[in-house]
Write a protein that binds this ligand. Structure first.
Ligand code: SF4
Ligand code: SF4
Length: 471
């Protein structure tokens, strides 16, 4: 009889056909950043799937180092899913494998255990999480992280601490070169979305100004419910405000339902599927109460997680049907904009931007062209193609802190390609990618602004005078 660990066996029970569907063709290998870096078959999707099968069939222990090591070195980027001809749903199997590793008490040591503690005792409690982010903002806005980084304490600060400071600093609105800070300062008079009906205070469109400034595409009247996200609202509230203003400018009434919580992605990736389910149930309730409009996110990681609730709660009698109704409502802000139409704003200063795709936005939500369409609407911004735009940056949630060595190798490759573009701005649709690339650029001394595409569109709208509150 097979010695099946509970969670993995559970996933295989539901998705066993997908796991067995792997025909070992190897087409996924070159798409896998960890395989490309190490050249080790077990650091690629095919090898990891083989290890999962070995555990599922009782030929390998879940606590064995060969299993835990290679499963934990996976970025969870899901690039392998996009190229797999057999439709192996790798991401779901990875989460189940990690749940078994966590249940067996195995992990990456102190950092991993500290993360699990924080996920359980902070992230599952909204008041504590708000306090944690408030403290993080206080530290960031004190500019102490920047001063410490500028003091070049290399060798005195542990590399992991230095990178953590750079991550925090890169979430700041002013984390770009001095020349571009002036040009792209955050819009004043932003709208408040925290638990509020945005429509009452949001910016209003100004058709006559739009006609003077340039072409405007046709827009449809619509509505959206904004999913704010814990990291986005905690460290990038400006992106949530910009998202609301930009949607409103297209005639899309936008509000952020009360009662929403973290999406649960960090829990799922760390193997805490029960924690992820708890959060998923609360989000479903919050958005059910708010009506039937699309659930719009501006973070690729959150969007892919919200879209996976149907699978996450498939065996929950009370929530399975509700989750199946919820997941198809989820869309990225770029997909919503592509659907409702994007007006053209004012010309920005002549700058070159490049775009890096968030893995979960690309491979989870399948938003490949929509973010580029948002950027191409912004006049004055020239877009330089980024080689390897569809390859992970090495951020992957907290992978950069728990697997710093492999993460930095993946990041170096990304920064090399960014340098080749000569761009002053890198646009990306996920806070984790934003901080990872921003931190890497900062530590490498690059002059680079990292921004969400809607921040740039918002800036062009503000210049066009679309926002009454900004006058
Ligand atoms: S591409 Fe799909 S079928 Fe081929 S080895 Fe990779 S996971 Fe298996
Ligand atoms: S999720 Fe990413 S890192 Fe993991 S096996 Fe697939 S391609 Fe490789």
């Amino acid at each position: 009889m097979r010695n099946r660990p509970t969670q993995l066996a559970g996933a295989l029970g539901a998705e066993e056909g997908k796991l067995l569907a792997c025909v070992h063709c190897g087409l996924c290998l070159e798409a896998c950043p960890t395989y490309v870096q190490t050249g080790d078959e077990n650091d690629g999707p095919r090898g990891r799937l083989y290890l999962m099968r070995a555990v599922e069939e009782g030929r390998l222990g879940v606590e064995s180092r060969s299993f835990t090591r290679h499963i934990e070195r996976c970025l969870g980027c899901r690039a392998c899913e996009s190229v797999c001809p057999s439709g192996v749903e790798y991401g779901q199997l990875l989460e189940a494998a990690r749940a078994d590793i966590a249940a067996a008490g195995r992990g990456r040591g102190f950092t991993s255990r500290a993360l699990r503690f924080a996920l359980r005792h902070v992230w599952l409690h909204p008041a504590r999480l708000r306090l944690a982010f408030r403290l993080a903002r206080l530290l960031r806005d004190s500019r102490l992280p920047r001063l410490l980084l500028r003091a070049k304490l290399k060798g005195l600060l542990p590399a992991r601490v230095e990178f953590a400071l750079a991550l925090l600093d890169s979430s700041s609105a002013a984390s770009l070169s001095d020349e571009t800070v002036g040009r792209f300062s955050e819009a004043k008079g932003g709208v408040s979305v925290e638990g509020a009906d945005i429509t009452s205070t949001a910016a209003a469109s100004n058709a006559s100004t739009s006609e003077e400034i340039g072409r405007s595409t046709e827009t449809k009247e619509s509505a959206a419910l904004l999913f704010q996200g814990c990291v986005t609202e905690g460290l990038f509230a400006r992106v949530n405000r910009a998202t609301a203003r930009v949607l409103e400018a297209q005639g899309c009434r936008t509000r952020a339902p009360r009662g929403q919580v973290c999406c649960g992605a960090l829990h799922a990736h760390a193997g805490d599927l029960e924690g992820a389910r708890r959060l998923a149930r609360r989000n479903i309730e919050a958005f059910e109460d708010a009506g039937a409009a699309p659930v719009v996110t501006n973070a690729g990681g959150c969007g892919a997680m919200l879209a996976s609730y149907a699978q996450l709660l498939a065996r929950d009698e009370a929530f399975a049907a509700r989750a199946r109704a919820f997941s198809p409502r989820v869309r990225d802000v770029s997909q919503q904009l592509a659907d409702v139409g994007i007006r053209e704003g004012a010309r920005l200063d002549r700058l070159t931007a490049t775009y890096d795709a968030s893995c979960h936005l690309l491979h989870g939500q399948k938003a490949r062209v929509e973010p580029l369409r948002v950027l191409s609407t912004i006049r004055g911004l020239s877009l330089a193609p980024l080689e390897g735009s569809d390859v992970c940056c090495g951020g992957a949630g907290v992978y950069n802190l728990v697997e710093p060595e492999l993460s930095s190798r993946v990041l170096e490759e990304k920064l090399r390609h960014v340098r080749e573009t000569g761009a002053q701005i890198l646009a990306t649709g996920n806070p984790g990618c934003h901080m990872q690339i921003g931190a890497g650029a900062r530590l490498a001394g690059m002059k680079l602004r990292v921004a969400h595409p809607v921040e740039l569109l918002d800036e062009s709208y503000r210049r066009a005078g679309f926002y009454r509150n900004d006058e």
